[in-house]
Design a protein around this ligand. Structure first.
Ligand SMILES: [Zn+2]
Length: 374
């Protein structure tokens, strides 16, 4: 992974590079960021940079022997500790058992989450952990001299999953680190980390991606059409993972479907609504959720349109035309209800309620508020 492969975050990259160039490398660092942020990719780019044989001012060279191995995650001085769980073949697993899967995982898409990882390794338990044996194994590995690189680098992904014994073993080595050894902890949740570990690491905060960055990612990496990329970027809450899921699940027709749905609600066309709910219920869960998310976004934008006018609304083309029309039936009195109903529907779907009932119930509630208030 190279810094230039990560979209945006120029400040964070510059800080990381400056620390290396000015020889102020902290031996233990905690890359903290939400799911779908660049916490892991930045740690990987940092590890690549520090061992690059021909460092450039803003990035690793990408072509030296170290960079080539780093890009494939096969550098002998790059080590990983990951949360894992046994599967039908391996009952007492170690990270080393799953290195092939981990490389594939990273090469496929480095912005995935723990649940994707557990699926990748066919984990039988949904309660993964980093074991004490694993942690002790690290001590052994890191006490050896580096093979090729200047630094041995250990990336611990999601150290939140270390149990106390494992954390204590790691702590020991953090207190007396072997020379030229870097510990890069990649975490999401500060509250789940042991204070003693935290106090020995330097914090690198990785912010959520901005809308424009997500839009760039969707357009360049996933070839998402512009209008869809704009729509998804607004809904992705700073997460490339969520953006990808939305981009793959979101229907180009959401605008038309939502518009027709609202028209039937407004007109109280009950038979039409029943028929629609049959269709909605057959959609995938992601599509159902995306439709609701789209609706929530439209509610928000319609209000903005009423109060601030066109220049503030972040939509274009047909979506904008729809918002202008929709703004006529929603107002400050009913928009709160509408948003609540859509959010409630989302929550019910998350809890596996029957989609047909959820959508029907939501339709009836919506038709009450937009009819009365309009
Ligand atoms: Zn290089």
């Amino acid at each position: 992974m190279l810094f230039r492969e990560i979209i945006g975050l120029e400040d964070t990259k510059a800080t990381l590079i400056n620390a290396i160039r000015s020889n102020h490398v902290a031996h233990a660092q905690l890359f903290l960021g939400n799911e779908g942020t660049a916490n892991l990719t930045l740690a990987l780019a940092y590890a690549t940079y520090i061992n690059c044989e021909n460092k450039q001012p803003t990035d690793a060279c990408g072509v030296c022997s170290s960079c080539v191995k780093m890009a494939k995650f096969i550098h002998p001085d790059l080590h990983f500790v990951l949360p894992i769980a046994g599967n039908s073949k391996i009952t007492k697993p170690k990270t080393a058992d799953f290195m092939k899967e981990w490389r594939t995982f990273l090469l496929q898409n480095p912005y995935q989450n723990l649940s994707h990882w557990l699926t990748m390794i066919d984990a039988e338990s949904k309660q993964p952990s980093i074991s004490a044996e694993e942690a002790r194994g690290i001590l052994g590995t890191l006490s050896m001299k580096s093979f090729e690189g200047e630094y041995k680098v250990l990336i611990i992904w999601l150290p939140e999953y270390m149990n106390i014994t494992a954390a204590n073993a790691i702590l020991k080595i953090l207190e007396e680190p072997p020379e030229k050894t870097l510990f890069l902890l990649v975490a999401q949740n500060l509250d789940k980390m042991l204070v003693t570990i935290l106090s020995r690491t330097q914090l690198v905060r990785v912010r959520d991606f901005e809308e424009a960055e997500i839009q760039t990612y969707l357009s360049t990496e996933l070839d998402t059409p512009l209008s869809k990329a704009q729509q998804v970027a607004k809904l992705a809450e700073g997460s490339l993972l969520k953006a990808k899921e939305l981009a793959e699940g979101i229907s180009d027709d959401n605008q038309i479907i939502f518009r027709d749905w609202m028209r039937d609600c407004y007109g109280r066309k009950i038979p039409d609504l029943y028929a629609k709910m049959e269709v909605f219920a057959k959609k995938s869960k992601d599509e159902q959720k995306n439709l609701l998310l789209y609706g929530l976004n439209i509610c928000r934008e319609s209000l903005v349109w009423q109060y601030a006018g066109e220049e503030i609304v972040r939509l274009d083309g047909e979506n904008l035309t729809f918002v202008q029309g929709f703004a006529k039936v929603i107002n400050p009195n009913n928009v709160g209800y509408l948003s609540d109903y859509l959010s409630d529907a989302l929550a019910h779907l998350e809890r596996n309620a029957s989609a047909k009932i959820v959508f029907l119930d939501t339709s009836l509630k919506i038709s009450n508020v937009i009819k009365i208030q309009a």
